[in-house]
Design a protein around this ligand. Structure first.
Ligand SMILES: Cc1cc2nc3c(=O)[nH]c(=O)nc-3n(C[C@H](O)[C@H](O)[C@H](O)COP(=O)(O)O)c2cc1C
Length: 345
């Protein structure tokens, strides 16, 4: 199989495995279960006045949500991205696409990522693996990824564990911080650093911020496990075993948020990794995140229909609004400073 069809086949495998197998963390949780909101019995608010709009990287959002980076490069992926983009536009939520390496290698599949015409107003994130900077990628490929989407920012994902278990994995991560830094100062849009489900600590986030990264997406442990996905794809017994051993590896999402906020109080921060409802999103925001990102729940709804996606967003909105109402907070800024989230022992 040549390199192009190998990348496309991998994209198809990822979707199939995510949809058909149980590849979620099962021992490690997102850590948000260790927190509880203090219930307010008399909110002194009209629920219909509650405001859940926000701004992120200078753009107004209707809801503090991100459809996390997932896919592109196949016909099925195109259908999924188009549905996601239509719903993102309807609710003014942010959206990322999956790694665009497949489109850089084969421009014929670029249309599976090109959702800007369907979502002219949203905050849209391009995506490439940072490790590709050690495998002949540079500013031109990054610019190409941005141009395909007319993206507002470029996500560089950091995925050392996934690359260890992936059959075709790229594991030379040496010297990447310098290369990321050079990109941050030469690209026309901000760069966001993101994990893929194993988390970013406060110390590593600060290094990335010092290098010029404009925002962080923690993509912590507790949701979709890339070790499990790649372990399931692998035919080599060692890689299958690695997938099993490291299936629950990583920093839980809640710990990433608190650790990053201990180091840095104002970097734009996305919480993702195992967020499964609006209560999780609200907890993540109360801990210091600005947006909550979900991948797997959006994937499941997207393969069903656009109606299922709208229903999912309506549910998430209702859950976030209910948290604000029942904690007596009129908006997200008030929620953040309210101190209504308690850590359970
Ligand atoms: C099918 C699928 C494909 C993904 N592909 C990418 C990718 O190409 N780039 C990336 O940064 N993250 C990718 N992710 C990771 C997600 O963006 C997210 O960080 C991770 O799944 C944890 O979120 P979740 O628990 O809500 O699924 C993918 C996730 C899924 C489910």
């Amino acid at each position: 199989m040549n390199l192009i069809s190998q990348t496309e086949a991998r994209k198809a495998d990822h979707l199939r495995i995510c949809l058909e197998s149980n590849v979620q963390f099962n021992h490690t949780t997102n850590g948000l279960d260790r927190y509880r909101f203090t219930h307010c019995c008399l909110p002194e608010l009209n629920r219909s006045d509650i405001d859940i709009t926000t701004t992120f990287l200078g753009k107004q959002l209707g809801v503090p949500l991100l459809i996390s980076s997932m896919t592109g490069g196949t016909e099925q992926a195109k259908m999924i991205n188009y549905r996601l983009a239509q719903v993102a536009q309807k609710y003014k939520i942010a959206m990322g696409v999956g790694s665009e390496r497949v489109a850089v290698e084969n421009p014929k599949v670029a249309d599976s990522f090109a959702v800007r015409s369907l979502a002219p107003d949203i905050l849209l994130f391009a995506n490439l693996g940072a490790v590709q900077l050690n495998y002949d990628y540079g500013i031109n490929q990054c610019q190409q990824a941005i141009d395909i989407l007319q993206a507002n920012a470029l996500i560089l994902h950091l995925n050392p564990l996934q690359e260890c278990i992936q059959t075709e994995g790229d594991t030379n991560f040496r010297g990447l911080l310098d290369k990321i830094s050079k990109l941050c100062y030469s690209l026309p849009v901000p760069v966001i650093a993101k994990e893929v489900g194993n988390g970013i600590s406060g110390k590593m986030a600060q290094k990335l911020i010092d290098a010029g990264v404009a925002a962080i997406d923690v993509a912590g442990a507790g949701g979709t496990s890339w070790a499990k996905i790649e372990g399931e794809r692998a035919t080599d017994p060692i890689q299958r075993r690695l997938g099993n051993t490291f299936g629950n590896w990583g920093l839980p999402t809640a710990e990433c948020i608190t650790s990053i906020r201990d180091w840095n109080s104002d970097v734009p921060l996305i919480a993702s990794g195992g967020l499964r409802n609006g209560l999780d999103v609200a907890k993540a925001i109360a801990l210091g995140a600005d947006l909550g990102g979900l991948a797997w729940p959006f994937l499941q709804a997207a393969v069903e229909s656009e109606e299922s996606l709208s229903l999912l967003v309506d549910i998430l909105i209702a859950e976030i609004r209910t948290v604000l109402f029942c904690t007596g907070n009129a908006n997200l800024a008030d929620l953040k400073k309210s101190g209504t989230l308690e850590r359970l022992i």
